[in-house]
Design a protein around this ligand. Structure first.
Ligand SMILES: [Zn+2]
Length: 357
């Protein structure tokens, strides 16, 4: 896309009267003009790139829980800055999600909060449909309500799936109480992006994860995802809902790094595997999706080896600056064909999120 087209889109958004675009035009037009949009090529072919792991926040919804936005980059009123970062990094589309902070809310608050959030997400996406799609937020602590919110999010607001935590107030997402939500996600055929809860696995280990190294985040977050995915496999949730599309953040945590142990446990100690599964545990990795946020080409090569290249989608964790080189990471990973690189950069996410290529 040329700069002229880019500015044209921004102007169209402003005509629609969307507040955050007005902010962008007032504060960022000169800077936008200076930013060169990186166009990603694979073997000379322009590729549309999609980031499935991009955070944002809706302050009006957070206020219902007495919370404030701590990271300004999460605000969608800063869309000019966000798009500048996307342009520099070669990200064409972000799939926005909001990390759950509302799992302790009662039903009434949760209903209002999610409605405000999903309406806002829809507004942001409608203003710049070529740059943003979004995952609906859902009140998973009330599974039947969450199922309704997902359906409304998809059908009424045009959202492309749901964002969920890896646990809900200490309960595992494989618990049968959550089945109504998984059933709805499967029925709608939409992607569920699973991101660890800061107070997930880390909550039980809090005293051991304090100290230098930010271990609560560094290893607590991937551990939360490792536990969540393992339960979904071993409790038979993925057998019950075989059409479910779940994308795990941070490359699925540690699960794909040590996958073979999950097969070995049932061979070594068969009496510990009390739920009869239809497949070997590691085979379920090939029906889950994972973002590419594993930092090195070797780590991504290994992830692909365990899960298949068709299961990997690009994730940056914007605005948290873990990486600015997600595109280069995928381009630099050894052993991938051009077609596989194109799929990981955006082709697979486009299919999952119903984005036109
Ligand atoms: Zn994240």
């Amino acid at each position: 896309m040329t700069r002229r087209e880019f500015l044209g889109d921004t102007a169209a958004g402003a005509v629609a009267g969307i507040a955050f675009v007005d902010c962008g035009l007032a504060g960022g037009s000169s800077a936008q003009a200076q930013t060169r949009r990186r166009e990603v090529l694979v073997n000379g072919r322009r590729v549309k790139t999609i980031d499935v792991h991009a955070h944002c926040a809706v302050p009006e919804a957070m206020a219902l829980m007495g919370r404030k936005v701590e990271q300004p980059g999460l605000l969608m009123s800063k869309t000019a800055d966000r798009i500048r970062a996307m342009d520099e990094q070669g990200i064409d589309v972000e799939a926005l999600s909001i990390n759950p902070y509302w799992y302790t809310a009662d039903r009434d608050v949760a209903r209002d909060l999610i409605r405000i959030q999903n309406e806002k997400l829809a507004e942001v996406c409608a203003a710049q449909p070529d740059r943003f799609v979004a995952f609906a937020s859902v009140a998973l602590q009330h599974p039947d309500l969450a199922a309704e919110q997902l359906e409304e999010g998809v059908k009424k607001y045009g959202l492309r799936g749901a964002g969920v935590g890896g646990s809900v107030n200490g309960e595992d997402v494989s618990d049968p109480k959550f089945h109504p939500f998984w059933a709805k996600a499967e029925q709608l055929g939409v992607l569920v992006f699973m991101h660890p809860q800061a107070a997930g696995a880390a909550a039980d280990l809090k005293s051991r994860l304090k100290g230098s190294g930010g271990l609560e985040n560094a290893i607590g977050n991937p551990l939360e995802t490792t536990i969540a995915l393992s339960h979904l496999i071993f409790e038979g949730t993925l057998d019950r809902f075989p059409g479910l599309k779940i994308c795990a953040a941070h490359g699925g945590g540690y699960l794909p790094s040590y996958a073979a142990r999950s097969d070995a446990i049932c061979v070594t100690f068969p009496d510990r595997c009390t739920v009869k599964l239809k497949k070997r545990p590691t085979e379920y990795l090939r029906q889950l999706y994972f973002d590419s946020l594993v930092f090195t080409p070797e780590a991504l090569r290994h992830l692909v080896a365990e899960t298949g290249s068709s299961q990997i989608v690009m994730g940056t964790d914007y605005p948290f600056p873990w990486t600015h080189t997600s595109v280069d990471h995928i381009l630099a990973t050894p052993g991938l064909s051009d077609a596989e690189r194109i799929s990981i950069l955006g082709g697979t996410a486009a299919k999952l999120l119903n984005i036109k290529l």
